[in-house]
Ligand binder design. Structure first.
Ligand code: RIB
Ligand code: CA
Length: 310
């Protein structure tokens, strides 16, 4: 029985790669893809979700949720890495955007249709999930798997904060404090893996829809990463988070007590964990602390190659 998942995304190059891995995976039923502002503004994120689906044309189309404006204007975006349109500046055409329900409504409807059975894989700011809880405080989500935060390593958008949490720390705190079963994949682990050129050359070729799409969006990201970080490759944070959801045996997890700082010039968006010898905070999530990096990379390439064959 395929596992029911919702992907909540702010595409975003690594969101797009994760979507390609998930949409063709026979072990997953992607019941919805819900857009959220982050790497790009909300309207662009919604457009990009439709672009990705039209470009790769999965066997089963999920429902699409439209991103709405967050309560506070987004403090940053990711266009310096992901391109002006969030997809490498490829300027894809898109069919007319049908009117969509807001992401938080799509999440509530999908979860209520299958109580305690849907996994939300959150790959952007946590705005939609916090709003879903606002609409339906007892929302019976099976599991929330979140890419975000940092445990002992630095942030990536400020010295203390990771991008997804920093974009909407109030929502992140609400989700961290929710009673749902949660798993966090932080930068400490996702920064260890770089998708390099030789791995890029192993991806499906232009004759496939997935291969053609990836070969349009990835080269500009490689250029941006080289220019900004001197890296010969790109991070794929969201692909790793997706794998942690579907292949947890490749990861080492530890129960922790985590929360989010929502104020402070230097600390807003920081994720804080009680790791004192005798913690006072109650454990509220499983945190990925290690992974089989070589196998995770192999699985990313394999899932993308499988996607191209379908
Ligand atoms: O910090 C990395 C995260 O922020 C990834 O999800 C990336 O897509 C951006 O959303
Ligand atoms: Ca993302």
């Amino acid at each position: 029985m395929p596992r029911k998942v919702i992907l909540d995304v702010d595409p975003g190059i690594d969101d797009a790669v994760a979507l390609c891995m998930a949409l063709f995976n026979p072990g997953l039923e992607v019941v919805a893809v819900t857009a959220v502002g982050g790497n790009v503004p909300p309207a662009q994120a919604t457009r990009n979700v439709q672009v990705i689906l039209e470009q790769v044309d999965p066997p089963r189309w999920p429902r699409i949720g439209a991103a709405s404006e967050p309560d506070e204007p987004l403090p940053v975006d990711g266009r310096h890495l992901h391109g002006i349109d969030g997809l490498g500046g490829a300027n894809f055409e898109v069919a007319e955007l049908r009117s969509r329900h807001p992401s938080e409504k799509v999440i509530c409807d999908a979860v209520r249709a299958d109580p305690d059975s849907v996994t939300i894989i959150a790959l952007g700011p946590l705005t939609n999930i916090a709003r879903a809880f606002q609409r339906d405080p007892e929302l019976p989500i099976g599991q929330i798997v979140m890419m975000g935060g940092a445990v002992s390593g630095p942030g990536n958008i400020t010295p203390t904060a990771e991008f997804n949490i920093y974009c909407d720390p109030q929502s992140a705190r609400k989700v961290f404090r929710s009673r749902s079963t949660k798993t966090l994949i932080p930068l400490d682990v996702t920064n260890r893996l770089v998708l390099s050129y030789d791995l890029f050359n192993r991806l499906p070729d232009e004759s496939t829809k997935v291969g053609s799409f990836l070969r349009k969006i990835l080269p500009p990201a490689f250029r941006n990463y080289r220019r900004q970080f001197g890296l010969e490759g790109i991070h794929v944070h969201d692909s790793i988070a997706l794998l942690a959801a579907i292949r947890p045996e490749l990861f080492t997890m530890q129960e922790m007590a985590g929360d989010v700082e929502t104020s402070g010039n230097l600390t807003t968006g920081a994720t804080v964990f009680d790791r004192r010898r005798v913690p006072a905070w109650r454990h509220n999530m499983a945190v990925v602390v290690d992974m089989d990096t070589a196998e995770v990379m192999e699985q990313i390439v394999r899932l993308l190659s499988d996607a191209a064959r379908m």
